[in-house]
Every structure is written in structure tokens, then in C-alpha cells.
Design a protein around this ligand. Structure first.
Ligand code: PLP
Length: 441
């Protein structure tokens, strides 16, 4: 009997004992090709020696020193690296370290509140995010998330947050509407909501530059984030970019927002930062946010025991060194083109594939009952679950998600292969996904 309180208390799960390149291997010797890196975590594969050596070396010198009194070299070096590589416009910001994406989102929301208090604007209490969206499981992150199912059991305990539509082209772009017009129409929902709530009462807008978990790799339409930036600047609202899933090279640039030509006021990152070797997350505050605190109380109103953990930071720094020294961002773009072409060729005309979307090594197929009407499968059919198990039985790990019971979006399968995958592995992932969708739908 298992004493681990797992996500499913009833499922029998394979015991994974080893990682090797793009594969996970269980106790019985079964090999699973990892097509999603958990949830866009394992960018470097499962046995990266440089990262392991860096972690072991740091462990041998210094593991932990409380941040109330001390800083440490890996934390300082990693922060300088992230600030130097941040989207233009971030300025001389600073970075705080946490343990998970949810913690990073909590810290980002609190940082936004602190910024406005430091500036003498205590009435800025409203948070606006998008639906559908997912920003984490802790109560604050869950509150800003626009995921009806995950919010429902905890709804009475959640802080008040407001939601506008996610820029979900497949279902929301009108016939004949240009991408630019669609982008403006979606972004202007933020302007309308700010006006409704009262411009001086809004603290922050939260959105992933490329959506991950809730819609499956959904890039924004051209011009969307430029307009978002304008609206935020005009009303003194902070933009929090959630790069927990799409950041750290996944879309072909270190930060996904770089490709939109704007900078965020606060950025969160996690999964690909530690790439599965270390549980580490970070919040990057832009120069504007840091200056408000420096000119105000001079203290951060947030603290955790394990902030700036030296071993976690050394591991993340080694992950960043690997991405740069092996030019893995180029590899993401090249392999991403192969993955996209493979998906379009194998599934572009499939009767149950409504949309194929993504960027870099972050791709999704949305599965529908009726391609012409875009009608999703009934959630009771649990097509996502069937796809997951079918692909797994064929030795490939994918990341399917269920559609919404109200029919606003369908089931989808997200792929986020390792940046170190081979061409053959990418082709195998496509072939298995095509078989899987045909068998499960
Ligand atoms: N934000 C986004 C966009 C995510 O995809 C996730 C997790 O999937 C989170 C936040 C929460 O991160 P974590 O699961 O590490 O708490």
C-alpha cells in the first residue's frame, strides 16, 4: 500500500527509477518517451551531467544560509543573468526565488500590492486576469486563475478577482476579422473592465505571454500585448507576465514575452528554470517596481524560509549555462518547425482535430467531436483521459487536458518535448499522437 498522498488515491502508477535522455524508465524496465517534460519542465532531458555536477559541487560547499542575514553566490549570479537577459524595458530589476510556480504567483500578486502601497495608492486592490487560464493551486493563484473546475470547491475562500476573455483565436476570432483587429478587440476588454472597476482601483493584469495549461500552447494574436502594455501604462496598472510554463526557452526565446516586443512589470518563472533538476521558481521585478520599494520602505513584504536556496540556484544557473553553451534556443526553433510540420501533415485534416497551435517546442492539438461546428466532445466521454492512457500504452508521455463542461473549449493534447530531443524522437511523438487521436476519438 502506498502512503504517498498522490493525485489519484486509486490509480496504480509505475515506479520510475531512472531518467535517460528523453526517456523515463520504470522498475520493470519499461521505457517512456517524454513528449511533454511533465508539464513543460524537463527541457534538458533526464540525465544532464553538467547540471548534476553543478548541484553536487554546490552541495559540497554550501547548501543553505537564511536570507534574513545572508546572500549567496549562485543566487546573485543567477539574478544578474536573468536581469541581463530579460526583455528590453525591464531595466535594472531584481529577482526573488521561491520553490514553485504557485508560490511565485502568490509573491507576484503581493509584490503588485506592495508597489501600489509604496506609491501611496491603497485603493488599488483589484486583479484582472483571463479565462480560461491557470496560474497555480495556492489560494491567491487559484483566485486569479480562470479555471472553473479547479476554482469551484474553494470558491468561497478565494480573493475577489476579475476575468476577461483569453485571446483564443480558434473559437473567438470572428469570420473575416483580421488577426490585428481580433488582437485589439480582445485587448480592449481590459480597458473596458478597468473603466468598469474604476481606473484607480486596479492593481494588476495577469496573463501568460503564451498560454499553457488551460488552453494548450496558445500564442497571442499579433499586437495584443503591445495594446495591453499601452492600457496598463495609461492607467498605472502593473502587468504580471506568468512565464511559469512558457518561459526559459520553451517558445524559442529565453522569455516568451521577448517575441511580443514589450516588457512586463513583474515576471514569474518556474518549470524550465530548474528543468526538473531543482524545484525552483523566481519572480523578476522590473526597475520601476524595485525603485518604488527602494524609495519607500526599502523592505520586501514577503519571505519564505527556503528563498534563494544555494543548491537550487546553482542548479538553475547550470540549466541556463546549458541552454546558452549548447545554443538550445536555436535547437528549440528548428525542432519546433519539424514538430509543427509533422503535426500539420499528420493531423491537419483529421476529422477530430479542430486546431493545431503553438510556438517553439510547445504545441497543441485541440480535439473536437465535429470539426465543422467546432463542437467539443462531452466531458463525460473523457477523451483527454483516453488519449493519455492510449499514448502511454504506446510508450509516449503526453499532456492531455479536458475541455470545459460548458463547451467553451475542447479537450486538447499539449506537447513540450525536451530541447535535447532527436529528430527521430520528434517524428515518433507525432506518429504516436496521430495513432492515439484516431484510436481515442
Ligand atoms: N502558472 C502556470 C502558467 C502554470 O502552468 C503553472 C503550473 O502548471 C503554475 C503557474 C503553477 O506552478 P506550480 O505547479 O509549480 O505551482
Amino acid at each position: 500500500m502506498s502512503h504517498v498522498l498522490r493525485r489519484s488515491l486509486t490509480a496504480t502508477q509505475p515506479v520510475i527509477v531512472k531518467g535517460e535522455g528523453s526517456y523515463l524508465i520504470d522498475k520493470d524496465g519499461t521505457r517512456y518517451l517524454d513528449a511533454c517534460g511533465g508539464a513543460a519542465v524537463s527541457s534538458l532531458g533526464h540525465d544532464n551531467k553538467a547540471v548534476r555536477d553543478a548541484v553536487a559541487a554546490q552541495m559540497a560547499t554550501l547548501s543553505y544560509a537564511h536570507t534574513g542575514l545572508f546572500t549567496n553566490e549562485p543566487a546573485e549570479e543567477l539574478a544578474s543573468y536573468l536581469i541581463a537577459r530579460a526583455p528590453k524595458g525591464t531595466g535594472q530589476g531584481r529577482v526573488m526565488y521561491l520553490g514553485s510556480g504557485s508560490e511565485a504567483m502568490e509573491a507576484a500578486l503581493k509584490l503588485a500590492r506592495q508597489y501600489h502601497l509604496e506609491n501611496g495608492q491603497p485603493d488599488r486592490v483589484h486583479l484582472i486576469a483571463r479565462a480560461p487560464s491557470y496560474h497555480g493551486n495556492t489560494l491567491g493563484a487559484l483566485a486569479v486563475g480562470g479555471h472553473a473546475g479547479r476554482r469551484a470547491p474553494f470558491a468561497p475562500m478565494l480573493i475577489n478577482a476579475h476575468h476577461i476573455d483569453a485571446a483564443y483565436g480558434y473559437r473567438l476570432q470572428r469570420d473575416g476579422e483580421s488577426e490585428e483587429d481580433f488582437a485589439l478587440r480582445m485587448a480592449n476588454q481590459l480597458e473596458d473592465r478597468i473603466q468598469t472597476l474604476g481606473p484607480k482601483t486596479v492593481a494588476a493584469f495577469i496573463a501568460e505571454p503564451v498560454v499553457g495549461a488551460s488552453l494548450g500552447s496558445q500564442p497571442a494574436p499579433k499586437g495584443y500585448f503591445k495594446r495591453i502594455r499601452e492600457i496598463c501604462d495609461q492607467h498605472g496598472v502593473l502587468y504580471i507576465a506568468d512565464e511559469v510554463m512558457c518561459g526559459m526557452g520553451r517558445t524559442g526565446s529565453l522569455f516568451a514575452l521577448e517575441q511580443e516586443g514589450i516588457a512586463a512589470d513583474i515576471t514569474t518563472m518556474a518549470k524550465g528554470l530548474g528543468a526538473g533538476y531543482m524545484p525552483i521558481a523566481a519572480v523578476m521585478a522590473s526597475q520601476k517596481v524595485v525603485k518604488a520599494i527602494e524609495d519607500g520602505t526599502g523592505r520586501l513584504w514577503n519571505g519564505h524560509t527556503y528563498m534563494s536556496h544555494a543548491v537550487a540556484c546553482a542548479g538553475a544557473l547550470a540549466v541556463m549555462n546549458e541552454i546558452d553553451s549548447r545554443d538550445l534556443l536555436s535547437r528549440v526553433r528548428t525542432l519546433g518547425e519539424r514538430l509543427e510540420a509533422g503535426l500539420r501533415s499528420a493531423l491537419g485534416q483529421h476529422a477530430h482535430v479542430g486546431d493545431i497551435r503553438g510556438r517553439g517546442l510547445f504545441w497543441t492539438a485541440e480535439v473536437v467531436k465535429d470539426r465543422d461546428t467546432k463542437q467539443p466532445f462531452d466531458v463525460k466521454e473523457n477523451i483527454a483521459g483516453a488519449m493519455h492512457m492510449t499514448a502511454l500504452a504506446k510508450g509516449v508521455i503526453t499532456y492531455p487536458s479536458q475541455g470545459c463542461a460548458d463547451g467553451t473549449h475542447g479537450d486538447h493534447v499539449l506537447l513540450a518535448p525536451c530541447f535535447t530531443s532527436t529528430e527521430e524522437e520528434i517524428d515518433q511523438i507525432v506518429a504516436v499522437l496521430a495513432e492515439t487521436i484516431s484510436e481515442a476519438t
